[in-house]
Design a binder for this molecule. Structure first.
Ligand code: 6PG
Length: 471
């Protein structure tokens, strides 16, 4: 008997994805070098489903039907190359290898070419939703090889999350588009998480809310227009008790952030192809800054903050913080989506933005009801260069912008760090300003370096001899 799908890497994500595929009626075989993981594979499978584990790569390969459909779920970077090196000699032409990890898109481009030279199909595919998503329905972002995609599409549609019965998976474009879209998803994830932590900080420091009250606030937010996965899990975090102290777990966690690289790649990419995504950038750099705990402790003694000026109306303050979080989140999505628009032409990915926001509505970490509004916007105009230019979206923005300005100014005047909120607002103010003071900057560039400038009243490139009044 031959098996339909193979999964390499039986860590928690790989194992759960394999169970999910098996739950949907396919026979599956999983490979891992770690014998323990292979032995344990049966324990989590749904009774009656076809799941087999092996620690022999030869056994794994010969168990699969032709063309083989193999999904990699191993850590990004060298492990992917190591797996490819050992497996490709065992494969036949037309076999399909799908990398479902968080690989860097340029690595994916290289691997596509390497495997194509061996007549093998290689696809990069983003998968979001964490452990539970992988098991019960993730958002899946495949891209690249069209022929291979069509062979696995029915399976992907079955195992993915559903929103209004529609699968949260679609073709994300050519080449490494699947991994690119997942990278930007993660960049947006960084920004939203940063913004939520700032709202938390404002509420606990500015309004003195305790964890029980924070739970109530996030619960209420999650019941309305701010409904999203990240707000929902944040709500629940405020309930969790700590086994060691009996207090709240969140209060015992050290304030140093980890990161695995996808956020940084998003920022690097934006710089490389010239897209402004400051709220994502700041989210990356804030994690870096958080790691300087010892220095922050010293600096906090050197620069003690003044006394906090409490908001006059706490209810109103909470509402404004919520509106600010909502709008700054919207602006972060706008930045990430604008990066996808540019990348789509820059790398000839042909990313369907409408499908991106459609499949992000369920399953993934950044799912939120707000995405439904973006979906409507792209349905009206699939060429929209920035979501802020949509008429309907502009109405939401206009409704909330004064809250964002007030919250930013409250944070600034009370010395509460709010890098994400400030940059979301700053981006919005600059993006919506007809005339920026960059005329002066161009004059400076021309002054010291003859870098030339353009004029508002006539065509052409100009250079002036600027007078130095000191000479
Ligand atoms: C997802 C997540 C997932 C992972 C992040 C975490 O969509 O399911 O994005 O891929 O949790 O990559 O990234 P950091 O460790 O960098 O925060």
């Amino acid at each position: 008997e031959k098996y339909n799908y193979g999964v390499i890497g039986l860590g928690v994500m790989g194992r759960n994805l394999l169970y999910n595929i098996a739950d949907n009626g396919f026979s599956t075989v999983g490979f891992d070098l770690d014998e323990e993981k292979v032995k344990e594979l049966h324990n989590g499978a749904t009774p009656g489903t076809s799941v087999r584990g092996t620690a022999s790569l030869e056994d794994f390969v010969s168990a699969l039907e032709s063309p083989r459909k193999i999904i990699l779920m191993v850590p990004a970077g060298k492990p992917v190359d190591a797996v490819l090196e050992s497996i490709t000699p065992l494969l036949n032409p037309e076999d399909i290898v799908i990398d479902a990890g968080n690989s860097y898109f340029k690595d994916t481009e290289r691997r596509i070419a390497d495997l194509a030279a061996k007549n093998l199909h290689f696809m990069g595919m983003g998968v979001s939703g964490g452990e539970q998503g992988a098991r019960r329905g993730p958002s899946i972002m495949p891209g690249g090889d069209w022929e291979a995609f069509n062979l696995v599409k029915p399976m992907l549609e079955l195992i993915s999350a559903k929103v209004n019965d529609e699968p949260c998976t679609a073709y994300m474009g050519k080449g490494s588009a699947g991994h690119y879209v997942k990278m930007v998803h993660n960049g947006i994830e960084y920004a939203i998480m940063q913004l939520i932590t700032e709202a938390y900080d404002l509420l606990r420091k500015g309004a003195n809310l305790n964890n029980d009250q924070l739970y109530e606030v996030f619960k209420k937010w999650n019941e309305g227009e701010m409904n999203s996965f990240l707000i929902e899990i944040t709500r629940d975090i405020f309930l969790q008790k700590d086994d060691f102290t009996g207090g709240f777990l969140v209060d015992q966690i050290l304030d140093k952030a980890g990161a695995k690289g996808t956020g940084k790649w998003t920022s690097e990419q934006a710089m490389e192809i010239g897209v402004s995504i400051p709220t994502i950038d700041i989210a990356v750099t804030s994690r870096i800054l958080s790691a300087y705990k010892d220095e922050r402790v010293k600096a906090s003694q050197l620069y003690a903050k003044g006394e906090m000026k409490r908001p006059e109306n706490i209810e109103l303050f909470i509402k404004e913080v919520g509106d600010s979080l909502y709008l700054a989140t919207l602006i972060s999505y706008a930045q990430g989506l604008a990066l996808l628009v540019k990348a789509s032409t820059e790398y000839q990915f042909e990313i369907p933005l409408k499908d991106v926001v459609k499949i992000w509505r369920g399953g993934c970490i950044i799912r939120s009801v707000l995405l439904e509004k973006f979906y409507m916007a792209y349905s009206k105009d699939h060429k929209l260069s920035n979501i802020l230019l949509d008429q309907k979206i502009s109405e939401i923005v206009k409704d909330k912008i004064s809250s964002l300005r007030k919250t930013a100014s409250f944070a600034a005047s009370n010395g509460i760090p709010s890098l994400g909120i400030q940059t979301a607002l700053g981006y919005f103010e600059a993006y919506t300003t007809e005339s920026l003071p960059v005329n002066l900057l161009q004059a400076q560039r021309d002054y010291f370096g003859a870098h030339t400038y353009q004029r508002i009243d006539r065509e052409g490139i100009f250079h002036s001899s600027w007078q130095n009044l000191n000479n």
